[in-house]
Design a protein. Structure first.
Length: 88
């Protein structure tokens, strides 16, 4: 599912530093190491909210959401497998 520009939130490194209670320099270091994904637009960085959630989940937010959805469907899948195995 693609998001549109109107529902995508992006933050400055300064805003992210304040949210995470880190220094601005630490945020820039995390960007340089690839731990925070940021887009450089001209001379400034913008950090999508999904990049911040990545810090906490250890997964890209799309993968995290897919994994959570898979967990919800797992009981139904297991039931279907039991039915199939009974027929074999």
């Amino acid at each position: 599912m693609f998001s549109t520009i109107s529902d995508t939130k992006a933050y400055t490194p300064e805003q992210v530093a304040k949210m995470l209670q880190l220094s601005k320099n630490t945020i820039y270091e995390l960007i340089n190491r690839g731990e925070i994904i940021a887009k450089k637009l001209g001379k400034v960085y913008r950090i999508p909210s999904s990049s911040i959630s990545f810090l906490f989940t250890g997964l890209d937010s799309d993968l995290y959401l897919a994994q959570e959805n898979d967990k919800k469907n797992l009981p139904r899948i297991e039931d279907e497998l039991k039915k199939i195995r009974k027929r074999l």
